[in-house]
Design a protein. Structure first.
Length: 159
């Protein structure tokens, strides 16, 4: 298990993607960052398809999980949530910087490339109950402020 944790995974993140097409077939290169999945959010097939068509919308499950998403400058690592569905192998990595939409997103065609053992799961699928798991990351207000992805954006200009 310790060996799994040391396996670094890198994904290409895109700033403020509007829909899945901007992640699947981008017009511009994104930024490749090391990824640490902090929580998995499972949606129904219909909710997942809606989510992927409207990444810029308001999503309470993103806002409520803000404490799981942050950027570690020392390691160059984006701590993210993985939004997926049981019916597919794919998913979207979300780093929202405290917003309720996908501020930075990365498409994951096959979630098996990510280290997901021991990661808490929040299910929004009717009829599926996942045991409540304690939060692994403290409230973002109590954490020392790191330079965030937002600061990286200012360095290269607004889109």
């Amino acid at each position: 298990m310790a060996e799994e944790k040391s396996k670094a995974v890198y994904m290409e993140f895109y700033r403020k993607p509007v829909d899945r097409h901007e992640l699947y077939d981008p017009m511009f290169p994104g930024e490749k960052w090391q990824v640490q999945v902090e929580k998995i959010v499972e949606l129904s097939k219909e909710e997942y398809l809606f989510f992927t068509e409207e990444l810029y919308g308001y999503y309470p499950f993103i806002y409520d999980n803000a404490g799981y998403m942050y950027f570690d400058d020392e390691k160059g690592c984006a701590h993210s949530i993985l939004v997926t569905t049981l019916e597919r192998q794919e998913g979207i990595l979300v780093q929202a910087e405290g917003f309720s939409y996908v501020r930075y997103g990365a498409y994951v065609p096959d979630c098996s490339v990510l280290v997901l053992s021991g990661i808490p799961v929040e299910s929004h699928v009717p009829g599926i109950r996942v045991p409540k798991q304690p939060a692994m990351i403290p409230d973002p207000q109590s954490r020392k402020k790191n330079k965030t992805l937002k600061n990286h954006t200012k360095e290269r200009g607004e889109r």
